[in-house]
Design a protein around this ligand. Structure first.
Ligand code: ATP
Ligand code: MG
Length: 318
């Protein structure tokens, strides 16, 4: 026993000879909001399923709530809540009936269930909507109710697999308030997402790509340790043409779109950055693309992850 609510050592999962999760290590502390990030197909759901005792690892090991995921999966399942990526409520049942349904699945006695239902209605902010048919709720409220149902049995650890995919920004913010509420009460939260604004607010992060953990730590640690070089941000009227031109410059290591802006990473020394910015402006000017703004910026998590992905792709291609 390590004392970590979630700990994985060299966890690996193959499907045939395809490596979906490649020897990842991670540990999550109690009451932490651990953000597990990665693009589509990175291996997030496969990892979560293993940690929830739903899928056996091919090799490696993990403990969740002190139980071994491979040899004690039923104890694991009893100790955790899991809001799966496809989690669905019964849309033709009312809010109250959905809570009852999940309470019954977890075998919660009726007297206790009544109390838990009141607590969950309060937690999710669904007071007054107890008898509303679930299909009439907005996506944001449905997600809150789903989270409420997944903690009906008061688990110590909650796994949420992309709980906010496709949810509008306001509802996402409200949903995250709920996540923090629960973490503050001591529940350990393991959340997968690909929204960077959500990642910025996690206690710690793990970033998975092609099944490999390519970075982990607090958002600040990751920014400090993983960003190589300086980011130059620029705005032009022809971003696609500008991107192509900048990519050809020998002093530029990476370049990508950031919304309609361009981020170019250079590893020239800090004294040389001014010169590089002038060179970019001149090059674009020569091609009839005026630069309306150019400056250096501190890296965001998104910059770092784009950079890590490019580094991994380059490694894989070489
Ligand atoms: N049962 C399976 N059989 C074969 N391949 C699978 C299986 N489950 C997942 N995979 C593959 O493993 C890889 C990782 O999938 P996974 O669902 O874990 O990714 P993810 O990070 O959750 O992606 P998303 O963001 O799209 O949900 C993908 O290439 C997927 O196609
Ligand atoms: Mg997934």
């Amino acid at each position: 026993m390590t004392g970590y609510p979630v700990e994985a050592i060299n966890l690996r999962r193959l499907f045939g000879d395809f490596i979906a999760v490649d020897s990842i290590n991670l540990s999550v502390k109690q009451g932490e909001v651990f953000g597990f990030l990665g693009p589509n197909g990175a291996g997030k759901t496969t990892t979560v399923k293993m940690l929830c005792g739903l899928l056996l690892p091919t090799s490696g090991s993990a403990t969740v709530a002190g139980f071994d995921i491979a040899t004690q999966p039923d104890d694991v399942k009893r100790s955790i809540g899991y809001m799966s990526q496809k989690f669905s409520l019964y849309s033709d049942l009312s809010v109250s009936e959905n809570i009852d349904f999940f309470g019954n699945i977890y075998g919660i006695a009726n007297s206790r269930l009544k109390e838990r239902k009141r607590e969950i209605i309060r937690l999710t902010g669904l007071e007054g909507s107890e008898n509303t048919i679930t299909s009439a709720l907005s996506v944001g409220w449905k997600q809150r109710l789903a989270l409420g149902c997944s903690v009906i049995h008061e688990p110590k650890i909650l796994f949420l697999d992309e709980p906010t995919a496709g949810v509008d920004p306001d509802s996402r913010r409200m949903f995250w308030d709920l996540i923090y509420d629960l973490a503050q009460k001591g529940m350990t939260m393991f959340v997968t997402t690909h929204y960077m604004d959500e990642a910025e607010n996690c206690t710690r992060l793990g970033f998975i790509y092609n099944g490999k953990m390519v970075a982990s730590g607090t958002p600040l640690e990751i920014k400090r340790s993983r960003m190589k070089g300086t980011i130059i941000e620029l705005d032009t009227d022809s971003p696609s043409d500008a991107l192509g031109l900048i990519r050809e410059m020998s002093v530029i290591d990476e370049v990508s779109f950031f919304g309609r802006l361009i981020h170019a990473v250079t590893s020239v020394s800090s004294d040389g950055v001014r010169q590089t910015m002038d060179d970019i402006s001149r090059l674009l000017q020569q091609h009839g693309i005026p630069v309306t703004r150019i400056n250096t910026i501190p890296p965001s998590l998104e910059d770092i992850f784009i950079s890590l992905i490019q580094q991994e792709d380059n490694r894989a291609a070489s």
